[in-house]
Design a protein around this ligand. Structure first.
Ligand code: LMR
Length: 397
């Protein structure tokens, strides 16, 4: 029967990993997938993670099942990391450990379908490519709202706000807490306040995806919108990833949380949905996070490492803008220094993206989204020269 299935193209983001690996050119540059790289182009295991692993290796006494909800210490620590200790809504938050942020999104889709058949999720245009299959393939209808103006390289807040005025009770609006993927353009605090008032008026449920806490301005600043909405609104759905901020990509660590007046009811549905999809989450990554967050010196070390990652990306953003200016591109790339997180759109065409790949071994998503974490002092000159060359094929400036 399976001969009826046709060959599919590779995933637009993950397919780049394989293509890049196969490229024999020595000076190739990968600014495709959103994985942090240090100044040597490596994705090292954080020291805080290594220490937590050593502790776990010595102290773990069992590999018995963790249960559908996951590690209780992870659950307690993640609530505090997301909302901040002392937040008034902490006891209204139900949280379940999931296999990465993707697992959280998928469980969320099942929860939404159970809670209200026909509920729609409004997603930003553009949004992370995998939001569409993770949520849409699960059977929830997706509708898009305007978010980013590609010619002005900034959020089109007025259009976004006008569109969201038409969203009512029973629908959800998906926001990126920080480091918007793919644009890097984030809501200001004043804009979060306006959207929160709108959600109050309209009755829609915010569904906030936070995959990059700590990569924008800082752990607390990046959770501003979440904390505000959880303070003011009756219901908020949250999908969180520990892939980037703990560097635990392959360990698959994330969480889904629901703020409501019935956290125990929410927890019972989380457990039931998880049991029916993958039974229970993997343990190792969440144990690492729980170990780090429950030990003040390990936590401090992790915060320092997270700050280093964030500051390196910010430095690369600024460096790129300055170098392109020096090459004669003028202010064309200035938006990149004003945006945050791993990604920005260069604002180039798919043909220029293909030329970068074919002629210069520079790999990025076809939309022109770059992961700034792929740049370092050793490759940024080559990257900028290649970019300038594809923009002005004659080589003149
Ligand atoms: C990305 O957008 O590159 C990352 O979130 C990795 C992924 O799974 O797509």
């Amino acid at each position: 029967m399976f001969e009826s299935l046709a060959q599919l193209p590779p995933d637009p983001i993950l397919g780049l990993i394989a293509a890049y690996k196969q490229d024999p050119r020595p000076n190739k540059i990968d600014v495709g997938v959103g994985v942090y790289r240090d100044e040597n182009g490596e994705t090292p295991v954080l020291q805080s993670v290594k220490q937590a692993e050593q502790y776990l290796l010595a102290s773990e006494t069992s590999k018995a099942y963790v249960g559908p909800a996951g590690n209780p210490e992870f659950i307690a620590q993640m609530k505090k990391l997301i909302l901040g200790s002392g937040h008034t809504a902490l006891d209204r938050l139900a949280l379940v450990q999931t296999p990465g942020g993707c697992g959280a999104l998928r469980v969320a889709a099942e929860l939404i379908k159970r809670a209200k058949a026909g509920a729609r999720i409004w997603v930003s245009d553009p949004t992370w490519g995998n939001h569409i299959p993770l949520l849409g393939d699960a059977g929830v209808e997706l509708v898009s709202y305007p978010y980013y103006n590609f010619s002005r390289h900034q959020i089109c807040f007025d259009e976004m706000f006008s569109a969201l005025k038409h969203v009512g009770k029973g629908d959800l609006v998906l926001f990126h807490a920080c480091c918007h993927n793919p644009s890097g353009a984030d809501l200001s605090q004043a804009q979060w306040q306006e959207i929160t008032r709108l959600a109050e008026q309209q009755g829609f449920v915010p569904f906030i995806d936070m995959a990059y806490q700590g990569f924008g301005e800082g752990l607390d600043q990046d959770a501003y919108g979440i904390r505000l909405m959880c303070e003011r609104l009756p219901e908020v759905l949250l999908a969180v990833s520990c892939s980037k901020n703990f560097g635990l990509y392959r360990e698959r660590v994330g969480a889904l949380a629901l703020l409501s007046d019935q956290p125990q009811v929410a927890s019972s549905h989380f457990a039931n949905i998880v049991r029916g999809i993958y039974s229970m989450p993997p343990s190792h990554g969440a144990s690492i996070v729980a170990t780090i967050l429950s030990d003040s010196s390990l936590e401090q070390q992790w915060r320092v490492e997270l700050t280093q990652m964030r500051e390196r990306i910010i430095a690369m953003r600024q460096c790129l803008v300055e170098k392109m200016k020096a090459l004669g591109a003028g202010p064309r790339f200035a938006h990149i220094a004003a945006q945050q997180g791993m990604f920005s759109f260069l604002g180039i065409t798919p043909t220029e993206v293909a030329a970068l790949r074919e002629q210069h071994a520079v790999y990025m998503v076809d939309t022109g989204r770059v992961s700034l974490a792929g740049l370092n002092d050793n490759n940024i000159d080559a990257f900028c020269s290649a970019l300038q060359a594809v923009l002005i094929p004659s080589g003149g400036v």
